[in-house]
Ligand binder design. Structure first.
Ligand code: FNR
Length: 491
């Protein structure tokens, strides 16, 4: 990167512990710094890529899931939202930036992700209200004791290098005092955005202040804030590093508009960059709205071009691909993924059966509830409850097993003498019960977990109900002969 000698040494270290000297870095950017953009920046020449800021509370509500088909590690909320997606390709270079105001929460986040990332960063510069009101971001700049606690806890408790990213304080002496406190905690580097909390991108970046900070500490300083004013080309990145006397440079906006800023050979035409971006977005099944947002950033200043207008209208990832004539690529990836998914299902869903002492059978499948596979108004538990009613069975009875150390749950559901359970552990009891319900639905061939099947089954159930209703009016129905308690659960 910036310095050939340092770069060779640092590349060696890439496979071990991340270091922050002589590095070209993709800065953290909310919504922009998702997996496709990070991989693209790495392809073009970035050495380290920061993810978008992720709030500690949200990450702690997520569960780590390995997505075998995509080859990713996902941190997923109960409703299927992916908070953070990463993959092997960036494992040694990705830094997770968190928003936090609490040392213990910060450490919990670090422990959750530390085996899947190369470094941990704490945002201490975000001036936005939502951040500062929660005591995060730039609010930390005026709480040196809190800064010390958070960073010390992280450095001592986490196996990956810890950094923080800050802004300048109103007074330079206070800024220097703060960075010295940061350094004393054992952080591996300090990112400095050379502006104060109130300053906006239109204000000049203060290279002299970054220089003073670099001189005051021996820990590597990462200069940031140079986009558009100083950095417009690859060579300018080195210029910015020289002006600020820093060890490394972190680029945000210039990379947001064209990540090939990291190319030593010069920037690529934006349409080439967009096609490269789309490939990653498709390969890693990046969320449509996020992909569209990132493409809009790549198209900034080009609103009159026909692609920009078509981009605005696009409503699916495939339509985004169509704008750049990449629908064939999209279709081929989706077809290959479907095949891989089918194979995985056949393998994973191998049903394990165990006879229990009372003669009943316990069926176990490794399966997890994915909200996306269900229409918005229904859940596995609802479908199972309905199915039991329709088949004149007692309502499902759920029991729960708790892993006390990790606070994880596994549910078993009892339906019609047998038991059904998923081998997956969940953070919430609700998700665990849905898992068990899905296992039962699969064994009973009520529902196989695919949305279109669910719809057709649901329609079939509706039809069956209507037919039975009609029959009831004309002849005696089955349940009138069965011993169903009056006022019981069935009708
Ligand atoms: C940012 N920035 C930012 N900073 C941070 O620490 N965490 C974040 O999640 C974000 N999010 C974010 C989103 C977007 C769209 C932009 C443009 C910026 C600030 C960013 O990392 C950087 O500090 C500033 O943009 C200054 O650097 P540049 O743009 O001059 O290179």
């Amino acid at each position: 990167m910036v310095d050939e000698g340092v770069s060779a040494e640092s590349k060696d270290n890439m496979t071990s512990r991340l270091t922050y000297v002589g590095k070209l870095i993709l800065a953290p950017m909310v919504r922009v710094g998702t997996l496709p953009m990070r991989l693209l920046a790495l392809d073009y020449g970035a050495d380290i890529v920061y993810c978008e800021e992720l709030i500690d509370h949200k990450l702690l509500r997520s569960t780590r899931v390995e997505n075998e088909v995509l080859g990713t590690v996902d941190f997923v909320l109960d409703d299927g939202t992916i908070v953070f997606r990463t993959c092997e390709k960036e494992k040694d270079t990705v830094v997770l930036q968190m928003g936090t105001s609490d040392p213990q929460r910060a450490l919990e986040v670090a422990k959750l992700v530390e085996n899947d990332v190369a470094g941990i960063d704490v945002n201490m510069g975000c001036p936005k209200d939502y951040s500062c009101k929660g005591g995060m971001g730039a609010a930390l700049l005026t709480q040196p004791e809190k800064v010390k606690q958070i960073l010390t806890t992280l450095v001592q408790g986490c196996c990956k290098p810890v950094t923080c990213k800050m802004r300048l304080l109103p007074k330079m002496e206070d800024t220097i005092d703060l960075v010295k406190i940061m350094e004393s905690t054992g952080v591996s580097a300090i990112g400095v955005h050379g502006r104060k909390k109130e300053e906006r991108p239109r204000h000049d970046v203060n290279c002299d202040a970054i220089k003073l900070i670099s001189k005051s500490v021996s820990v590597p300083v990462i200069a940031n804030g140079g986009s558009s004013q100083i950095i417009k080309t690859f060579e300018d990145i080195e210029e910015f590093r020289n002006l600020s006397g820093a060890s490394s440079v972190m680029v945000a906006r210039e990379a947001q508009w064209n990540p090939s800023i990291f190319r030593r050979e010069g920037k690529l035409p934006i349409n080439n960059v967009i096609k490269d971006y789309l490939k990653y977005a498709v390969d890693y099944d990046n969320q449509f709205s996020n992909s569209k947002y990132c493409l809009q950033q790549l198209m900034v200043g080009r609103s009159l071009e026909p692609e920009a207008k078509a981009l605005l209208k696009a409503k699916t990832l495939r339509e985004l691909c169509e704008v750049w004539s990449m629908e064939v690529y999209f279709d081929s990836v989706i077809a290959a993924r479907q095949k891989a998914e089918d194979l995985r299902k056949q393998r994973v869903e191998a049903v394990k059966k165990r006879k229990l002492d009372d003669g009943s059978t316990l069926y176990t499948i490794e399966i997890r509830y994915n909200k996306k596979n269900f229409s918005p108004m229904t859940t596995p538990k609802l479908i199972l409850g309905e199915w039991c009613r329709d088949n004149l069975l007692d309502p499902p009875v759920y029991s729960m097993e708790e892993h006390t150390v990790h606070r994880l749950y596994q549910a078993t559901v009892n339906v019609d003498k047998d038991y059904f359970s998923s081998s997956c552990w969940e953070k919430s009891k609700r998700a665990a019960e849905h898992n068990a319900a899905i296992v039962c639905l699969r064994i009973k061939s009520v529902y196989d977990g695919l949305l279109e099947h669910e719809h057709s089954k649901k329609n079939a159930r509706e039809e069956k109900r209507m037919t039975e209703k009609t029959n009831k009016q004309t002849t005696k129905t089955r349940w009138e002969h069965t011993e169903c308690k009056p006022g019981g659960p069935f009708r």
